[in-house]
Design a protein. Structure first.
Length: 122
C-alpha cells in the first residue's frame, strides 16, 4: 500500500479523535432552586407573569380567567390558598396552569415557602 494511504488513515484517526469539550458542556449543572431568599417581587411575581397572567391579568381575567385576578400583591394574597391548591393539582381545584404542564417543583416550593412565611409583600 502506498505511503499516501497510511498518511490518510493516520490523519483520519488522529485528526477526528481530538475534540475539545469543557466540563460545563459535558456536565451542565441543574439550575439551583432558591428556597432561602423567596420574595414576592423576586420569586412569586415572575412565576405568575410567566404562567398565570396570560389569563388572569387584571385586563383579561373577566374574559379568560373566570374573573380571577392574579396581578399584583393584593390580588394574589387573597387567592393564595386557591393558588396553592391549583398549582399542586389538588382535588376539588382546577389544575393550573390550564391545559399546560404542572409548574416546576421549584416554583411550587417557592410559592409554598412564601405562603408559609406569612405571604410578605417584599
Amino acid at each position: 500500500m502506498s505511503r499516501t494511504f497510511y498518511l490518510l488513515v493516520a490523519l483520519s484517526v488522529f485528526g477526528s479523535s481530538c475534540v475539545y469539550e469543557n466540563e460545563e458542556s459535558l456536565y451542565p449543572r441543574l439550575a439551583e432552586c432558591d428556597t432561602v431568599s423567596v420574595t414576592f417581587s423576586g420569586s412569586i411575581s415572575p412565576i405568575l407573569v410567566d404562567n398565570c397572567l396570560l389569563c388572569h391579568s387584571n385586563e383579561k381575567a373577566d374574559i379568560s380567567g373566570s374573573g380571577i385576578r392574579l396581578e399584583g400583591y393584593s390580588n394574589v394574597v387573597i387567592m393564595q390558598d386557591a393558588i396553592r391548591n391549583s398549582i399542586n393539582h389538588n382535588a376539588s381545584y382546577s389544575p393550573m396552569p390550564k391545559d399546560a404542564p404542572k409548574l416546576k417543583d421549584c416554583q411550587i416550593r417557592q410559592f409554598e415557602i412564601w405562603v408559609d412565611s406569612g405571604s410578605p409583600d417584599n
